[in-house]
Design a protein around this ligand. Structure first.
Ligand SMILES: Cc1ncc(COP(=O)(O)O)c(C=O)c1O
Length: 382
């Protein structure tokens, strides 16, 4: 039976080993407090859930790729309040089923092998979907390492002119998963300039812009000129709505038009009842403030613990993650295995990319009482 060789070549998802060890512990009746994956375990605001229920009709037809006008208007209004962006709801925004599918398929929309625009660049360690989308579109992946010495920003001076010319798209993700670093507006300004100069798309994955602690992070939506720029955002983290699958792409109207042409073929228009719930979610900041406060309390608990234990936190400015330096020269995987033996599951940095070796990622997703219990355990283990 024919199976895509790209699929067959995919490395086994690295978390499988750790998850298996966690499963075995649970089977033996032992506890596992899971800081491994970034799936918020908070309740979704009741008003959002009610809007979903109210949106259910006797007959639901096919949703349109451009989405409901109410949703596009709600997204444009949010982007203006939050970033001062002036988006035309009809031309500059398209809703997505969360951002994962839109990120994965984006290479299909922009890669042009015939014209030599064959390369998809992304940063590592990072979210694996940029690279996987590139491979399935038969594009050439180019990983740009994130190093602490450069504030976990890619070294743009290390990319030579020939590479810039081959780029179809460059993915950046700030606030960053997994390093928790943020990027200044000047970073987006420089990249958008390079995108226009060399004819590629700057794709900014901004899934975590709303999970911040001291100061709200910048967005590429703050740029004066969005030519060659596409911004991806989602309700998954901001509104703890991973199961709803709701996000958007906004930016250059020509790219949005291309997405509206592409997406009906894939069938990725969000269900209308989800769109109605999303209108409620983008229109409310109170639940987001509560979410930030909750992550803030968990973060403070662990920052205090790690400071006392001499574990250096290399990144914690935003996102739901803490990026820890693995203490004592242990490998990332060895450190994660050791913590799991005591019931605390974290992600080894090396699982998220080669440059993640020497670090571990802690997703602050367990409930506050579980976080307190994990802190007690780590008090003894570290
Ligand atoms: C960096 C990053 N981008 C995008 C996503 C996708 O989120 P969703 O598809 O739920 O919107 C995630 C999810 O973990 C992520 O970490």
């Amino acid at each position: 039976m024919p199976i895509s060789p790209v699929l067959e070549r995919q490395a086994t998802y690295p978390f499988v080993r750790l998850n298996e060890a966690a499963r075995q512990r649970l089977e033996r009746g032992l506890e596992v407090i899971d800081f491994g994956t970034g799936d918020p375990r908070e309740a979704t605001d009741p008003r959002i859930r009610q809007a979903l229920v109210d949106g259910l009709r006797e007959r639901m037809g096919y949703p349109l790729a451009q989405g409901l006008p109410e949703l596009r208007t709600a997204i444009a209004a949010w982007a203006e309040r939050r970033f001062g962006a002036r988006l035309d709801p009809d031309a500059d925004i398209v809703p997505t089923l969360g951002s994962k599918e839109a990120i994965f398929t984006f290479a299909h929309v922009v890669v042009d092998l015939e014209r030599g625009k064959d390369t998809v660049a992304f940063t590592e360690p990072g979210y694996p979907v940029y690279e996987r989308g590139a491979l399935f579109a038969h594009a050439r992946p180019l990983a740009l390492p994130l190093r602490e010495g450069n504030g976990f920003l890619p070294d743009l001076d290390a990319v030579d002119a020939a590479e810039w010319r081959r780029l179809a798209v460059l993915w950046v993700n700030y606030p960053n998963n997994p390093t928790a670093a943020t990027a200044p507006l000047s970073f987006y300004e420089r990249l958008a300039g390079l995108a226009r100069e060399h004819g590629f798309v700057l794709a900014s994955d901004e899934a975590y812009t709303e999970l911040w602690f001291d100061a709200p992070p910048a967005s590429a939506l703050e740029l004066d000129d969005l030519t060659n720029v596409a911004v991806f955002n989602t309700l998954s983290k901001r509104s703890s709505m991973t199961g709803y699958r709701s996000g958007f792409v906004a930016g250059d109207a020509a790219l949005v038009a291309a997405l509206k042409a592409f997406r009906p073929t894939v069938g990725t228009a969000p269900q209308e009842f989800v769109q109605r719930a999303s209108v409620a979610a983008w229109g409310d900041e109170e639940h987001v403030e509560q979410t930030r406060a909750r992550y803030g309390r968990k973060r403070a608990l662990f920052l205090d613990l790690f400071a006392r234990k001499g574990v250096r936190v290399a990144g914690s400015a935003a996102t739901m993650y803490l990026w820890l330096e693995v203490p004592g020269g242990e490998t990332s995987e060895g450190f994660a295995q050791r913590l799991l033996e005591h019931g605390v599951l974290v992600a080894p940095g090396s699982y998220l990319g080669a440059s993640g070796e020497g670090y571990a990622r802690l997703a602050l997703v367990p409930a506050e009482d579980e976080c307190a219990r994990a802190a007690e355990i780590l008090e003894d283990v570290l």
